[in-house]
Write a protein that binds this ligand. Sequence first.
Ligand SMILES: *[C@@H]1O[C@H](CO)[C@@H](O)[C@H](O)[C@H]1NC(C)=O
Ligand SMILES: *[C@@H]1O[C@H](CO)[C@@H](O)[C@H](O)[C@H]1NC(C)=O
Ligand SMILES: *[C@@H]1O[C@H](CO)[C@@H](O)[C@H](O)[C@H]1NC(C)=O
Length: 455
Amino acid sequence: MSSKCHILIFPYPAQGHLLPLLDLTHHLALKSITITIIITPKNIPILNNLISTHPNTINTLILPFPSHPIIPPGVENIRDIGNTGNYPFINALSKLQNPIIEWFNSHANPPVAIISDFFLGWTHQLATQLGIPRIAFYSSNAFLTAVVIRCWRDLLPPPPPHAVVHFPGLPGTPSFKRQHLPSIFLRYRELDLESEFVKKSFEANAESWGCIFNTFRGLDGMYLDHLQVQFGHRRFFAVGPLCSNRVESDPDGGCEVLKWLDQWEENGSVLYVCFGSQKVLRKEQIASLALGLENSWVRFIWVVKDSNGSLPNGFEDRVSGRGLVVKSWAPQVAILGHRVVGGFLSHCGWNSVLEAMVAGVAILGWPMEADQFVNARLLVEDIGVAVRICEGADSVPNPDELGRAISELMGGDSLQKRRGKVMREEALKVLGKDGNSSKELDELVKALMQLGVRE
Ligand SMILES: *[C@@H]1O[C@H](CO)[C@@H](O)[C@H](O)[C@H]1NC(C)=O
Ligand SMILES: *[C@@H]1O[C@H](CO)[C@@H](O)[C@H](O)[C@H]1NC(C)=O
Ligand SMILES: *[C@@H]1O[C@H](CO)[C@@H](O)[C@H](O)[C@H]1NC(C)=O
């Protein structure tokens, strides 16, 4: 039976989307499902670990990245162009439809379903043409999904700057400043063909056969229930957090950081500061953050990219003994999981959030773009594990307020720290043998197997 169950996986080439879908692929391969991953040449190295772990079950379908007038040749990952590249990427990748159909038609044992990222909603039409079901993979949470659906449905054209947008139909009737709505929606331009295609692509997600979420019931179950009613089916699989098995390579220096942490006795006393793989702060932002950290008297590790000359003079000397500045890569999961780390100053990217949940730390949120404002609301208002310290990619926090917020959250046994520990218990429980996420993963596997014996 298992040999017939062949699934096509189509990831979206942006780090935050790719990593969790590849984690899911790993879990499916462990259940001996045969898998083909669609990938373009420049992204192949990202698959190396996964393929060497599952040489017999995972294959690749390598297709050249379709050319596009505003994507420079050789750019095949959002990392190389930034979030403004999403509209061109979504449109360019849709040109892969015909090559995929050709490959499918000539395959001796073609896939029985396609699992594709929610930024690739157009694959719903592809799946219809192939006569197989499409399952949308949401690398993010159900709250974001609910907000994005409402945006496309009720808010076009995007409201004027500085408007406040209410979502009365959603649980908790959230509202957002217009500029804090998901940027994938804000980039829409009326009468622009690429914008129309993106809109249609997102609408197709709701029509897909099933959906997988990188979240768990204890985190945003309320919004999962809401979406289930709206989509009118129960083929929902909340299998998150998909982040606990990731291998962190350690090019150099990672061990030094962990040794530095080992020296402290007091559990939960160190703050970890890192804004994800893409964001580079401006000089004013770095200066203000540095002063805030200095004022807080809290122990910290700060991963500063592009720090060349932008740290205030003498900063590292003044905080030496309690602060460590890391100028390259840092093993984030290991740092967050260290007993002495109790807080995470983060941009609230969803992968970072889930890593924080598994580690059981409190969050100081500085959402900057994309889905981060929506994530921050979930963490602050619904879960209570975070406080906001700043908002926006261009904002500069007030160093005095920042210092106070850091020392309040980190000092002693704050409410957010206690919530962090509760969320860790929940996350470990759902991932455990009889946990909800494990069960939903098993149900997904069962559903895929059944598609495999259909004929
Ligand atoms: C698991 O899911 C059920 C039903 O959705 C829910 O009632 C229960 O609280 C969940 N358990 C956990 C640990 O999240
Ligand atoms: C600190 O954390 C470690 C690991 O979780 C635990 O074994 C130890 O008992 C904790 N120490 C205190 C004083 O709570
Ligand atoms: C910092 O400066 C050094 C030497 O000038 C350079 O090699 C390095 O690439 C710079 N790093 C960043 C992140 O800009």
